[in-house]
Design a protein around this ligand. Structure first.
Ligand code: COA
Ligand code: MG
Length: 291
């Protein structure tokens, strides 16, 4: 069975913010994105890039995944960011403003040419209208290990900006695109991380958004503040009820009387072998998250 790697809480930390960077070892998020892009002012870009090596050297025994978000490869900083990030051998390099599969293939070629190990994956921001239109072919790269694609991250603020839809608390105008992202990610066999909630002081609203996001099929949430970690970790881990139900399905199929059966009745409901596969996946997820 494929192994489950939790990405429930994916925290952005600006590479220019030393106080925030100093907290890395104490954070209980599943992944950290060291940001060189939108969270870093143009005047600080080169200094921020220069800090990457020391940041990674200081966390050689890292527990969570560490990703670097570089500036768009087409920008004045992008090409050097990509090389600097690759040399740190992060778990992933997050490319912003991806429009086409070519954007990923070209970045992958740079990684190959510079002998970046296979463990350095590519993550892609889905945040432009073009990415939304090309998302199926971009996601297909997830089926080709040589392309390194491991994860999509929704860039909801950029999508709002570039499309002109109204950002509402219930995200009603974004939901169709978010659902399409989940579908594409599943088709490509990669993970799909939801976008950020800008209102990081309203933790009740954040918890509700996480619950909704998990129900929509996302693997985790992009977050901007440590106060958001706990709610995300909770929402994207299987609930106690779901774990109990999965165990029951597994145990029932394991009974001698059900050997070889494709479909059984359990508490008045039809349960098929596909539900068993789903239950096993959920139990693996529960084990990995301590749920
Ligand atoms: N990662 C790690 N630590 C963080 C953090 C983060 N993303 N955001 C805040 N902290 C730390 C702060 O450094 C502070 O600790 P300190 O007092 O020792 O410095 C503590 O958490 C409390 O911070 P708080 O005062 O509540 O927030 P703030 O006003 O300092 O910062 C933001 C608010 C939004 C500016 C900040 O959270 C941030 O920059 N987030 C990331 C933004 C980002 O990367 N955006 C790009 C992707 S959309
Ligand atoms: Mg963006």
């Amino acid at each position: 069975m494929e192994t489950y790697r939790p990405r429930r809480s994916v925290l952005y930390i600006p590479a220019s913010n030393d106080r925030a960077l100093a907290k890395i070892a104490q954070l209980s998020c599943d992944a950290i994105i060291i940001d060189l892009e939108d969270a870093v002012a143009p005047a600080d870009k080169i200094a921020a890039r220069g800090k990457l090596a020391a940041i990674f050297a200081g966390h050689a025994d890292r527990r969570c995944e560490m990703i670097v978000r570089i500036n768009a490869v087409a920008s004045e900083w992008g090409a050097d960011d990509l090389l600097a990030a690759a040399s740190c051998e992060p778990d992933g390099i997050l490319l912003p403003k991806v429009d086409t599969p070519r954007d990923l293939l070209e970045a992958g070629d740079v990684l190959d040419d510079n002998f970046a190990p296979d463990s350095v994956k590519l993550w892609a921001m889905i945040e432009t209208p073009k990415a939304m239109l090309n998302i199926g072919t971009i996601a297909e790269l997830g089926r080709d290990p040589a392309a390194r694609l491991a994860c999509f991250v929704a860039g909801t603020n950029d999508l709002v900006k570039d499309t002109g839809v109204l950002a509402t608390p219930d995200r009603r105008y974004l939901v169709p695109w978010l659902m399409h992202m989940v579908l594409a990610a599943r088709a490509g066999g990669i993970d799909m991380i939801d976008g950020v909630s800008n209102d990081f002081r309203d933790l009740d609203a954040f918890a509700r958004e996480c619950t909704e996001s998990a129900a929509m099929g996302f693997d985790g949430k992009s977050i901007i503040h440590p106060a958001q970690i706990e709610a995300a970790n909770r929402a994207f881990a299987p609930s106690k009820e779901a774990v109990a139900e999965a165990r029951l399905i597994k145990d029932t199929f394991a009974l001698a009387e059900n050997a070889g059966k494709s479909v059984i009745a359990l508490n008045g409901k039809m349960v098929e072998r596909l539900h068993l596969a789903q239950a096993e996946k959920l139990l693996a997820k529960a084990a990995a998250t301590g749920a």
